[in-house]
Structures are given as structure tokens and as C-alpha cells.
Design a binder for this molecule. Structure first.
Ligand SMILES: O=c1ccn([C@@H]2O[C@H](COP(=O)(O)O)[C@@H](O)[C@H]2O)c(=O)[nH]1
Length: 258
């Protein structure tokens, strides 16, 4: 089964497009505290999770213990929930081979985020993995997405369309790995129509203030997932993680109309 099919199956089973972001702040309790914290988050949110997205930065900030924590969590993750490792890697192909091997074979994550700035040969080592997916940063959720990604080329296209061209090329070549894109909800409005079919990973809901209306208007049918991290892990309210996740999942479903 391809990554996109597995994700679609999970979306249908849960009725949710919520991707739960696992961004543990390395507080006073360190990795031991973070392990209990995230174990509870996962237990309480699993029925609403179309996917989980651990972000490498938060684990790396805890040093070797953080990496060990990530490995333990990945090993204990509910087997029917796809895991998207938010690593945003980018390097020459020779080195990317080892990232691909480490993430897909070693840690067995389902998908990984990549920075496409080094071009097609830099993503190639990730393209021949049956059942796996990559998400290329296309239009990120930060204001700086205007600096490169939204710039116009002489032929009228935007720079992010050069990124989607990489995915089109992989598809035309019949590569095994599914290629999707990261599109920040805060900057999604006029972008979605240009990426109709590919799976999207959409951060920016919750703490970053993204508005679901743009997704609703686009009437999408791809296996998109919408990420919420701080809005579940660190919201300043009395609800538990499960209730926060359910509320986000319901808001997302209402916006999609399905
Ligand atoms: O364009 C991007 C790409 C990645 N992210 C990551 O998603 C989460 C968002 O966290 P929130 O707390 O829900 O804002 C975080 O891991 C980012 O590094 C993004 O926000 N935008």
C-alpha cells in the first residue's frame, strides 16, 4: 500500500484530518519528563490523530537523551497511525542517502519533510521507498515565505511551483515514494489551486493563527493533514489533550465539509 493510501485509510477510519504535532519543550524535567508527557499526549489523542508529527528540533534540543526518547516513542507509536518526521533535511544526494536510510529503514517513519533547495538530485535518495512519503517545503507558514517561495519567475510562475515540478517529475518517472508538500495555512489562500492532487501537510493552525476558510474554499480531496502542535500540547485552558484534539479535528472536518 502506498503512503498516500495508508494516510487516506487513516483519515477515513478516524473521520479526522488532524495531524498531532509532537513538539516537547525541553523543560526542567528533561527527557524523562518529556517521555511521560508525550506518552500521555499520544494515549489521549490517538483516536483523533490522522497522523503524528514529531519535530526533530525539539528532540535534538534534549541531546542524546532526546534522540533516545524519539526512538522509544517511534517504537511505541500505535501501528495504524502514520508518523511524519519533521526533519526538513537538505544535503547533497550522497549524504541524503543516509538520512533516507536512517529515517525510513532505521526508524521506520512513514514520511519525512525535506527542504528542496538543493534540487532534484538531493531528494532522489528518498524516492525509491515503497509505502513511504516525503513532503517538500513549498510555501511555509512563516512571513519569510515571501522572501523566496512567493517570488515570481519571468514566466509568471511562483518559485514554489519549481518545487511542485520536482514532485511532478518524480511521478512522471514512476518513483515509488509519494511526494506531497508543506503548505502553511497562514499563506495557503492562492496556492492550493496550483497543487490540486498531491497530499499536503498544512501547519499554521492554532498558535500561528491560520484560517481554515482557505482550505474549505479549495474543496480539496487529496489526503491532506492539518497540523496542530502548541494548540494541543500547550494551550492555556483546562481541557485535556484529548478534548483539544477532538475540537481541532471537528473544526477541520467542518471546514472540509467531510
Ligand atoms: O511551514 C512550516 C513548516 C513546519 N512547521 C512546523 O509545524 C509545527 C507547528 O507548530 P504550532 O505549535 O502548531 O504552530 C512546528 O513543528 C513547526 O516547526 C511550521 O509551523 N510551518
Amino acid at each position: 500500500m502506498s503512503y498516500a493510501e495508508r494516510l487516506q485509510k487513516r483519515i477515513e477510519k478516524t473521520g479526522s484530518r488532524l495531524c498531532v504535532g509532537l513538539d516537547p519543550r525541553p523543560g526542567d524535567g528533561g527527557a524523562a519528563f518529556a517521555k511521560n508527557f508525550l506518552t500521555q499526549v499520544i494515549e489521549e489523542t490517538a483516536i483523533w490523530a490522522a497522523a503524528y508529527k514529531p519535530n526533530m528540533a525539539y528532540f535534538e534540543a534534549m541531546g542524546i537523551e532526546g534522540i533516545k526518547l524519539l526512538e522509544d516513542l517511534l517504537a511505541a507509536m500505535p501501528s495504524d497511525v502514520p508518523v511524519i518526521l519533521d526533519a526538513k533535511r537538505s544535503d547533497i544526494g550522497e549524504t541524503q542517502k543516509y538520512y533516507a536510510q536512517g529515517y525510513f529503514a532505521g526508524w521506520n517513519v512513514d514520511a519525512v519533510t525535506l527542504n528542496p533547495f538543493l534540487g532534484y538530485d538531493s531528494i532522489e535518495p528518498f524516492l525509491d521507498w515503497e509505502g513511504k512519503g516525503i513532503y517538500l517545503l513549498a510555501v511555509t507558514s512563516n512571513p519569510g515565505s515571501a522572501d523566496f517561495q512567493r517570488q515570481k519567475l519571468a514566466d509568471g510562475r511562483s518559485v514554489f511551483e519549481l518545487v511542485t515540478a520536482l514532485g511532478d517529475r518524480a511521478k512522471a518517472e514512476g518513483r515509488a515514494t509519494d511526494v506531497g508538500y508543506v503548505v502553511g495555512l497562514t499563506n495557503a489562500a492562492d496556492v492550493l489551486e496550483k497543487i490540486p492532487d498531491a497530499p499536503l501537510l498544512v501547519p499554521g493552525l492554532g498558535a500561528q493563527g491560520g484560517d481554515l476558510a482557505s482550505l474549505a474554499a479549495a474543496g480539496r480531496s487529496a489526503p491532506d493533514v492539518i497540523n496542530v502542535s502548541r494548540g494541543i500540547l500547550y494551550a492555556a485552558d483546562e481541557r485535556g489533550f484529548g478534548k483539544r484534539a477532538r475540537d481541532w479535528a471537528e473544526k477541520i472536518s467542518a471546514a472540509y465539509g467531510k
